[in-house]
Design a protein around this ligand. Structure first.
Ligand code: PLP
Length: 378
């Protein structure tokens, strides 16, 4: 028998877990058998269940999380408005503000939670500011009390981008209980994933009607179009997959929370790697677990550190490599570069986070972090 002299292949920890179960596949196939592929009973059921699970009155499915933002902004903003937005987020939160004909006012991040810094938002308010769009980034809710208080005092609207925060809670209530509209993405890698997909939740019937019309060509009766709208509808194949996966989302979220606690404890032993701060009163859902490096404690850059982790079988991701004010798309609308967002871009990285992380995976990760941190010590 031949013996290989090659070193055994090192196991790589999967960064995410995307597999569908047979139930998910059966749910999609049942829709295919029905021949009814448009938005129908599966979309309606997903709207009802998901809104209920997030403490919102009304849910409206749509084609993706970007459309969800466009629908919410379309109902709540008007061209020429100034809108407070995070400098530290995914681009869609802000690019759709620009697409709505509004001016984004970039707000810095809190250095601990990395969420929008509401005190900085208040300082940046202008006479034309009509709304704040805040992302519950990485699945951790923003300081909702502070946002709502600001909105009340200044008379502005609130849109929460919860694309990464399905089932997160704040003061024991689902995110749908807060703000004028909450938007979600069901993109393939999100905590609840239908491939492409999204939802807006609201608590106001009139707003739901406006968003419903925008979603479907301003149609209020068959072939009666009272306003200009789009076709941003979801379809029942995607919704059926979402419903099937929704059955497992609470258990998977609980697993993500246990993983986060485990990472926090692990990082407590490593000088210079800081666990993500948690918003007081909030229960995050850990779409991403984002570590901040104290670069003064290491002899390398963040990217070199991550490359060394990869060599040990631990993939990482950088959310995000630049603040939004450094995106070429916002050249001309970004007036300054908020310092915390600038700094985070040089020193954050995300560790594997999903419901399928095993004890063995955690052992590999712990070993890799200790080894690389030791080798790269300043
Ligand atoms: C914070 C945030 N907002 C909006 C979006 C856009 O969602 P989608 O990709 O479904 O259009 C994403 C998805 O990546 C996101 O992470």
């Amino acid at each position: 028998m031949a013996h290989s002299t090659a070193a055994p292949a090192r196991q790589t920890v999967p960064f995410m877990s995307l597999a569908l179960t047979q139930d998910d596949i059966d749910a999609a196939v049942a829709v295919l058998h029905s021949g009814m592929l448009r938005a129908g009973s599966r979309c309606a059921e997903l709207e009802k269940r998901f809104a209920g699970m997030t403490d919102a009155k009304i849910g409206l499915t749509c084609a993706n999380g970007t459309c969800a933002l466009q629908l919410a902004y379309g109902a709540l903003l008007k061209p020429g408005d100034d809108v407070l937005v995070p400098a530290w987020s995914y681009i869609a939160t802000v690019s759709m503000v620009v697409a709505a004909g509004c001016r984004p006012i970039f707000v810095d991040a809190d250095p601990d939670t990395m969420q929008i810094d509401v005190a900085d938002a208040e300082k940046r308010i202008t006479a034309k500011t009509t709304a704040i769009a805040a992302t519950h980034l990485y699945g951790m809710p923003v300081d909702i009390d502070a946002v709502q208080s600001l909105a009340r005092r200044k008379g502005i609207r609130v849109i929460y981008d919860a694309a990464q925060a399905h089932l997160a809670t704040y003061r024991a209530k689902g995110l749908g209980a807060y703000g004028d509209a909450v938007t979600y993405s069901f993109y393939a890698t999100k905590n609840l994933a239908t491939g492409e997909g999204g939802m807006v939740t609201v608590n106001d019937e009139a707003m739901a009607r406006t968003i419903g019309a925008l979603r479907s060509h301003g149609e209020t009766d068959k072939y009666l179009h009272e306003s200009i709208g789009f076709n941003y509808r979801l379809n029942d194949i995607a919704a059926a997959i979402g419903l099937s996966r929704l059955d497992r989302l609470e258990a998977q979220t609980a697993q993500r929370r246990r993983n986060a606690d485990r990472y926090d404890a692990m990082l407590g032993e490593i000088d210079g790697l800081l666990p993500p701060g948690r918003t007081e009163g909030a229960e995050g859902v850990w779409h991403l677990y984002t570590v901040r490096m104290d670069l003064s404690k290491f002899s390398c850059t963040r990217d070199e550190f991550c490359k060394a982790l990869m060599a040990e079988g631990v993939p990482t991701a950088t959310h995000y490599p630049r603040p939004l004010t450094r995106q070429p798309a916002f050249k001309g609308v970004a007036t300054d570069h908020p310092p915390v967002a600038e700094d985070l871009a040089t020193r954050v990285f995300c560790l594997p986070m999903h419901h399928d992380l095993s004890d063995e995976h955690f052992e590999i990760i712990e070993r890799a972090l200790a080894k690389v941190a030791g080798e790269k010590r300043a």
